[in-house]
Design a protein. Sequence first.
Lengths: 501, 315
Amino acid sequence: MLFNSLAYLIFFPAVVSLFFLLPHRFRWIMLLGASYYFYLSWKAEYLVLILFSTLLSYYCALQIEQRPNARKAWLWLSILGNLSVLFFFKYFNFLGEATQSLLSAVQIDIVPPYLDFLLPVGISFYTFQTLSYTIDIYRGQQKAERHLGLYALYVSFFPQLVAGPIERSGNLLPQFKTRQVLRYESIASGVQQMLWGFFKKLVVADRLALYVNEIYADPQQFSGLTLLLATILFSFQIYCDFSAYSDIAIGTARCMGYDLMENFRRPYFARSVAEFWRRWHISLSTWFRDYLYIPLGGNRVSVPRWYLNLLIVFLVSGLWHGANWTFVFWGGLHALYLIGSLLVGSFGERFSQSADRISHPSQRGAGRGSQASLLRRTHHQSTNAIRRYGMQTISILFTYSLVLFAWIFFRAETLGDAFYVVGKILDFSGPVYYQGFFLIHLVYSFLAIAILMGVELYQEYGKKFTLLVFAGRNHLQYAMLVVAILLLGVFDGGQFIYFQF
Amino acid sequence: MTTADSHTAPALRKLLLRGGSFMLLLILLDISIGWGLKHWYFQQQSGKYHRISYALQETEAEMLFVGTSHAVRHFIPEIFTDSLGLSGYNLGARGQHLYYCDAMLDAILARYTPKAIVINIDRDLFYAEGNYDKLSDLKPYYWDIPILQAHLQQRGPFEQYLLCSGLYTYNSTIIHLLRYTAKPQPDFAGYLPLDKRLPEAYQAEKADQSGNDFVASKAQISLLEQRIQQAQQAGSKVYLVISPIVSGDWIRNRQLEDMAKRLNVPFWNYSQDQDLIRKNLYFGDEIHLNHAGAQIFSRKVAQQIKQYTSALHHE
């Protein structure tokens, strides 16, 4: 069941109403049933995989706690068991093809077996959730959950089951045990966030997809400027598509009183690639930080090892997104950005410190207290502010350019296509493709991006923008958002991009 | 009563009151904005929506031209009128596919019977099997033209309920409405001339001369066949035409050729027409004739229809 389907518009209020109508002790049963039904509506057979993953991690966690001598073995059983399912369904064919390519380079021809089935929806997300649970138990950071039903609900909680946020047991499980009370503010705020998510998905992402998909389906047919435009549009499409899912998930959960973690924080306002990763897919970034980067030693190792750790984390992150070299390259590129920024950063810091030392003597030389010095100080402050905002803008644009470049590899079907697009974009050849009805889509696209960025700019630099507060005088604003969705949205039931991961 | 319970009743009351008033506001906005858009839509004097409205509700042209962008760019009704003495209207639509053409023909045939229908056959007509999204252009007519309801309901099980919303009905129309209100489009009985030409230096790709069938599913061909039969039974003469593209690709589909034979429908393939292919002068882009090319093409098709009908009379 898709969030952006009418079926969900019936399912959601029905579940929330039932949730508050039922006594607390029965709510988990209803939520678990609803979550499994939500998942079953894709492909019933794959429910077996969730059940397997749930039972394995549940049992292993209990064993880790109860058998101190064998806790490591139980941890590895859980990790390998869950990862092997993920590997089998997601990476088996990829590994086969990679092996075939490798061997053909040394004149050995093999035909690897090919498994022809669909990737189970959300497998990467719930597998990571179960892994974090057992690792937390092993580390002693969490107590193993005795209640199988509640644990199963943690793994399969429908709002975030298929595309995150990847929740931690420490955050979600205690909330399931707390009796949630119907609160107007929670429902208002939840619906508000859901509506913003629907706007991002239907008005922005799905509209941009119409142009982007056309261009990237056959990049050889289009000019460099067209490919550049399509890549820029894709950067907004992927952001809106994915963050919309998180918004709807968080909003849905909040209506029932549950707080899921924030997953996106206006990533295109990041002033460095490191900051981008603190704003983009936060639940995955923090997962990799806690369960891969830090165990590898993080930054508390030699500098070359630190860089290697970053490279490993980002390559694995790329592979997590998809079984394709394009994703691995995308991850590697981000690792290189980070390593590059670390190398340049230390030099940049020394440079700015020396620049400060040059500018300070003249200030010290100015007489204190005189009107002239006050004017000079005011002038100096305003010049500094302009310089600061200028530098911020340049940093944001530079970071966006780096991220944009990497998106080419994320979007392209093959590495060959990606390199072709890179080569073509760099020659800035025209003209821009806007034949026929694509011109109209482009107009709608720019309008949608302008609204999105206007809101995000206000959120980033203005006062907290409670977009359309579901209360009294702001009814009209909220209703206008629905009007915008109905009037400008694309209603073809397009899937969320991250479902494929 | 627990503290939690004591919170629930006021919260529920607040939710119902504010939620209810919000829904009421939303309904009012939907009705009022929807009404405004409907008025604006049906007041259009030119452009895409005017052409759809005119075709569905007003035209009584004796000859209709149906198809995708190739149809709308390639058939000049005026030339057919001059040559055959039949008034004409071009129903072709850019970016459209078979389902839209089928729905248009169904609605028009229910209203009156044109003497002749020329259907332009191309790859785009049979593109995206099972994708009924593009029928959205016909949403504003759902309640006024009942025969379209079955077509539009193929978009999804909830379509009829969604179409109770004025906003949804006029979804994604606003830019077109603004565009043609600000800059009315000249009307040539539905025909849209392409007033540009490919650069002389443009080198068309090597022609695909394999003669392989372009993709058209059995279901799509069957749908077209049923509509042609309906038109024939009503008394319309149907012609199928394949237009040329600049590269000179041999565009064909044997199943469609067989269908045409079965139904005794003339099927003329101009994809190899030496007067037009590989002549940049007559093309506005790689796949569409410009106005000069459309004039030549329309005269050729009109002449062929003339010859065909006079041959029939002699028989």
